[in-house]
Design a protein. Sequence first.
Length: 144
Amino acid sequence: MLDGRTPLHVFERGTVTGVRYRDEILEPYVRLFRGAVGPELILMDDNARPHRALLVDEFLENEDIRRMDWPARSPDLNPIEHAWDALGRAIATRNPPPRTIQEMKTSLLNEWDQLPQEMINCLISSMKSRCKVCIYVRGDHTPY
């Protein structure tokens, strides 16, 4: 969906598990976003272990949320990786740099809100061509 973004969620201490992914991401954000967008919403996550937990699959099925098929070992396809890169570069230019976990969290949240919406729109719009190129190169490396 162009001209949209969710708030950045920063996980507090600990490991991200399927339960945390469901409780902290899917229930509060994706479920509501699905309600706003409607049945054409397709969730794009990746093959990270928490994303593929059985309880996550069950949640998505119960909520009638479709998931994009995702090829293994293909981070170059995922537009969010470019957003993370831009976010990391913005944090790296902060002067002074964040020195505590709380400063880092505050910096991440502020910089996320400052990422240009046009950049996010371009990343979203590029997904169709990313998939076409991946098919064309038969899953080999892409220029993205």
